[in-house]
Design a protein around this ligand. Sequence first.
Ligand SMILES: NC(=O)c1ccc[n+]([C@@H]2O[C@H](COP(=O)([O-])OP(=O)(O)OC[C@H]3O[C@@H](n4cnc5c(N)ncnc54)[C@H](OP(=O)(O)O)[C@@H]3O)[C@@H](O)[C@H]2O)c1
Length: 258
Amino acid sequence: MEYLAYGKTGLEISRLCFGAGRIKNTCDTIEAGSKLMLQALDEGVTFWDTAEGYGTQPHLGDAIRQISRDEVVIQTKTGAKDYEGAKASIARSLLELQTDYLDILLLHGISTPEDLVSREGALDAFREAKAAGKIRVIGCSTHIHTGPVMDAVIDHPELEVILATANKEGRMLEGGPLDKHLEYLQRAYDIGKGISIMKVVVAGDIPEADISEWIEWGFNLETAHAINLGMTEYRHITLDVGLARTSARRRLIQRKAA
Ligand SMILES: NC(=O)c1ccc[n+]([C@@H]2O[C@H](COP(=O)([O-])OP(=O)(O)OC[C@H]3O[C@@H](n4cnc5c(N)ncnc54)[C@H](OP(=O)(O)O)[C@@H]3O)[C@@H](O)[C@H]2O)c1
């Protein structure tokens, strides 16, 4: 597994990020979900992504309880817009994840510049929690949106991390073409934001035979620090970890040749 600095955040992450948004599809219990997370950790996947809205924080929390907290980088999200809502959400996340601090907290699913402005109250709660040591890094996800929303989140000095949709054909992306979206990611990367990409296999809506090719595209994207894949089964973990390793070897060879 390749480990790298997550932009200028000061965090070190595995290039493959476990997107735990879907583990309830295959894991009937919290214990089954935590077992899958720990299997991924055994394969070197130290960057874990969840959200209050997914209902999977308890699964990650049960796994975190069984390891050293500093073995993993935990990213979660809140859709709360106001101060009180975000403050309560942060408290629930800490409880469910069984931790004293969140490595990364994202404003969940910013869709427009106006939407970002409407989260100012939530950001106040983020700032307060960061000052109290309960959050290390603040960021946002933009779900499937691109265009002016990308200008807004890139230009926001407090958002150190961006989780955005990107895949081989720009599927699911709304608000602009893929080539322009990739320029936004390049700009964000160049100024030191931590960049993760999601929907790399279009939420599963591509033929099984093409999955590896689409994931390889993600790992080939140099402006993405992390490739967030919504793994739900052990066979996904083995395939995705193998592709991450192949990509890491290729990147090392390229760096040595440069
Ligand atoms: N707004 C936001 O912040 C936001 C929104 C969406 C997602 N996310 C995060 O991003 C993660 C990824 O998004 P996503 O799950 O919607 O999209 P994805 O990673 O493109 O798709 C994951 C789905 O693809 C299928 N799949 C087949 N082979 C796979 C493989 N080798 N590895 C992984 N998946 C494989 C599985 O579905 P089948 O079992 O049906 O084949 C799996 O559930 C989520 O889990 C979540 O953590 C964030």
